[in-house]
Ligand binder design. Structure first.
Ligand SMILES: *[C@@H]1O[C@H](CO)[C@@H](O)[C@H](O)[C@H]1NC(C)=O
Ligand SMILES: *[C@@H]1O[C@H](CO)[C@@H](O)[C@H](O)[C@H]1NC(C)=O
Ligand SMILES: *[C@@H]1O[C@H](CO)[C@@H](O)[C@H](O)[C@H]1NC(C)=O
Ligand SMILES: *[C@@H]1O[C@H](CO)[C@@H](O)[C@H](O)[C@H]1NC(C)=O
Ligand SMILES: *[C@@H]1O[C@H](CO)[C@@H](O)[C@H](O)[C@H]1NC(C)=O
Ligand SMILES: *[C@@H]1O[C@H](CO)[C@@H](O)[C@H](O)[C@H]1NC(C)=O
Ligand SMILES: *[C@@H]1O[C@H](CO)[C@@H](O)[C@H](O)[C@H]1NC(C)=O
Length: 669
């Protein structure tokens, strides 16, 4: 958290220099290659021995936050470049007459402008609460006209939860999402999960917030401690029932219940809840997917054991926390945050503007073709391994693997590739009314409501599959721009942010950088799809009959045990680190490679070394861009990957005794 804040403030400081600094802009062939080379070389510590300490050799001079030149990891540069471009696009809209009524341009511009101009009062927690009520005819207790006149009898926590859900707060008390059906991805289902509970921090912090939103300061401290207790009770309920999730005969943790059955078992009026959220009625025989019914069964008892004014305040505080964590809702509207607010909350419009006002159809086509060429080479490289069948898999399993692999696609951008994008976003934002009065909370709530509505509409088949892969997620991503993998579509999504230097430049960028920067990341995502958890999903993304017990293959177990022979915090990530490097390497240097493998004239560093050094740059700064959660240190991750690359010793002329020139290679596939 601290680190992110520091980066943000440094970025702000640096913004004024950016245009003239080392960040690559022109796709001038010398410039882009020189720039990436410089990026690599200035991080290298040539005093280290690559055969012993590759991580230090490749990244040892990376000074992190201390040195302005080096605060940029590759994704930081990508975001900065992207936001700079969007700022220019949006600034140009300022002088436009929006003659076409309701154009997407006008909506984006209004949201951005509102974010920049709106006063602090319009982005305060109190103001959000004035605009969002707990129920149709009910206010929050602190807004009741007279003390003690808050009408508790009208309050029902599940109805309030439903009202808040309409703004996208999906991961609280009950996590409710609309998702593709795992066994038939042509259909969507309503899924109820246990939320990822995030416990309150300090009671003091809650007291501050309660005072801030207008509560009587004499009452807040006792209320705050009750909120913490309720929060803890719910957290414990979720924790206690984590273990009780049972597998059905298909190895699935989720079960389907009719609403009538579910209401009977849990005492939760879920029909009413869904009616408020979706704005239409649900029949008692409607089936929903439930991950953990024991958790749902325990909810009513806990929530009933607290006074209603405590429960309503609990919902209110969580809603405020949800909103305040979003970009743009902080006290001031700085342009970087406002660009992020547009980028994350109106992401489809944002991408459309980037495409329509900057990239252009021709360039997009060129980038797409280039990305597909890289992806196909990676697929081919993995296919070669599957065919060698090092794991001694059955022929049924080998064909299933190949079918899944060959059907896997790469999707460029989040808009459906075959649709007319202007028409698509115009329809998508139909109904979003942003007025010109600069009230940020009002604008943001409208944006969130529209966005959430579109996510929910997927249940009724709102988006055609014929126009190309398209899926909407509730979660408002604060993630960095890296590709992600979507099992239901058997696809990797590469966001527009990454179609930029230094990751990808259409002109002049040497293939060694394309394959190390983009190629390696795409390989990692591909390999995620081939971990045991995702293997049973077939070429169409449906959970199927085959490859369910991959983990039981003796050869697979043996391979894992080998990789596990030096301590690791996360074996699954080690598998991906190691396997992806080998596959990307073979895709570039292996037989049949169509890529340019001539030694470039801009450097004397041998091509193969350059490839590995460039990949190492992804591991700068916590490898936070590669994936999330517990992992080994970057140093361990990178050296494990390198020590298991058969050619490593030869590439760096390592003596046979060197640490990273091991005779024992561990290969999974
Ligand atoms: C490309 O960059 C080189 C070196 O910075 C410069 O000399 C050359 O003029 C540039 N070419 C173009 C077309 O911008
Ligand atoms: C709110 O009040 C109006 C008018 O008094 C009434 O018609 C409506 O049914 C009430 N709505 C709810 C949800 O109680
Ligand atoms: C909670 O309050 C303390 C003391 O005021 C403050 O230092 C801390 O940053 C707050 N934590 C959060 C998450 O707001
Ligand atoms: C509700 O539960 C009761 C007792 O557990 C049972 O008798 C009844 O059939 C159930 N009704 C439905 C609709 O499942
Ligand atoms: C629910 O829908 C089914 C079929 O769509 C219908 O037969 C049934 O009567 C409905 N039940 C209720 C309670 O409306
Ligand atoms: C491969 O598997 C088959 C049975 O599926 C077994 O008979 C054979 O010994 C295995 N070969 C190796 C090299 O493990
Ligand atoms: C990896 O090794 C650790 C002990 O070092 C062990 O606890 C763990 O179960 C092993 N994992 C696998 C998948 O073999």
């Amino acid at each position: 958290m601290k680190r992110i804040t520091q980066i943000c403030s440094l970025l702000v400081l640096l913004l004024s220099f950016v245009e003239g600094s080392k960040i690559p802009r022109a796709s001038n062939d010398t410039t882009i290659n020189d720039w990436i080379l410089d990026f690599v070389e200035r991080h290298m510590d040539k005093d280290a021995n690559p055969c012993e300490e590759f991580y230090r050799y490749a990244t040892g001079k990376f000074n992190g936050l201390d040195d302005q030149d080096d605060i940029y990891s590759i994704p930081d540069i990508v975001i900065l470049n992207f936001n700079n471009r969007m700022r220019t696009i949006l600034d140009q809209l300022k002088d436009k007459d929006f003659t076409e009524a309701n154009s997407v341009e006008e909506k984006v511009w209004r949201y951005y402008k509102t974010c920049l101009m709106a006063s602090e009062a319009t982005r305060s927690p109190k103001h959000y609460l004035e605009l969002v009520s707990p129920d149709a005819n009910l206010t929050w207790p602190q807004f009741a006209h007279e003390k003690d006149k808050w009408r508790q009898e009208d309050f029902n926590w599940l109805r309030t939860l439903a009202h808040l859900r309409r703004y996208g707060m999906e991961n609280f008390i009950i996590r409710m999402n609309v998702q593709p059906d795992a066994k038939d991805t042509n259909k969507f289902v309503v899924n109820l999960h246990t939320p990822d509970a995030e416990k309150f921090q300090e009671a003091d912090n809650i007291s501050d917030l309660l005072i801030n939103i207008g509560m009587d300061s004499n009452q807040v401290s006792s209320l705050a401690s009750k909120l913490v207790r309720l929060d803890t009770d719910l957290f414990n309920l979720a924790e206690e029932n984590k273990e009780s999730v049972s597998l059905d005969e298909d190895g699935f943790t989720n079960e389907f219940y009719t609403l009538a059955e579910l209401q009977n078992r849990t005492e939760l009026q879920l029909q009413k809840y869904l009616k408020i959220v979706f704005g239409r009625s649900f029949n008692g025989s409607f089936k929903v997917e439930v991950q953990n019914i024991k958790y749902l069964e325990g909810l009513e008892e806990i929530l009933h054991s607290y006074d209603k004014d405590v429960v309503v305040s609990y919902l209110m505080v969580k809603f405020v926390n949800f909103i305040m964590a979003l970009d743009g809702s902080g006290p001031d509207g700085d342009s970087e945050k406002c660009l992020d607010a547009v980028r994350f909350q109106m992401e489809h419009a944002n991408d459309f503007l980037y495409e329509d006002h900057y990239l252009g159809a021709k360039k997009l086509e060129e980038y797409t073709a280039e990305v597909q060429r890289i992806f196909e080479a990676i697929k081919q490289s993995f296919k070669n391994r599957i065919e060698k069948n090092h794991l001694n898999l059955s022929s049924v399993d080998v064909s299933a693997l190949k079918e899944k692999l060959l059907a896997m696609t790469l999707t460029v951008g989040i808009l459906p590739s075959k649709a007319n994008h202007r028409r698509f976003v115009t329809d998508f934002y139909q109904g979003l009314e942003l007025d010109s009065e600069p009230d940020f909370a009002k604008a943001q709530l409208e944006v969130l409501k529209l966005r959430t509505l579109r996510v929910l509409e997927q249940l009724d088949g709102a988006f055609s599959k014929n126009e190309g892969f398209f899926l909407l997620y509730d979660e408002i991503s604060n993630n960095n721009p890296v590709p992600w993998f979507e099992v239901s579509g058997n696809t990797i999504v590469l966001v527009y942010e990454m179609l930029r230097e230094p990751v990808l430049a259409t002109e002049g960028q040497h293939d060694v950088f394309k394959m190390s920067l983009l190629g390696y990341l795409l390989t990692r995502k591909l390999m995620e799809n081939f971990t045991p958890y995702f293997l049973p999903y077939d070429g169409k993304g449906n959970y199927g009959e085959v490859l369910r017990s991959f983990e039981d293959y003796p050869s697979y177990k043996e391979a894992l045990a080998c990789l596990n022979s030096t301590q690791t915090n996360n074996l699954a990530k080690r598998v991906i680190d190691v396997v992806s490097l080998g596959i990307a390497y073979d895709a570039y240097f292996g037989e049949g490679s169509q890529f340019d493998r001539k030694q470039p004239d801009f450097t004397e560093v041998p091509l193969k070394q350059l490839f590995l050094l460039s990949i190492a740059q992804w591991f700068l700064g916590d490898a936070k861009y590669l994936d999330y959660g517990a992992a080994d240190t970057d140093e361990v991750r990178l050296s494990q990957a390198m020590r298991n690359l058969p050619n490593f010793g030869e590439i760096f002329n390592c003596p046979t005794s060197a640490l990273l020139n091991s005779k024992e290679m561990w290969q999974v596939w």
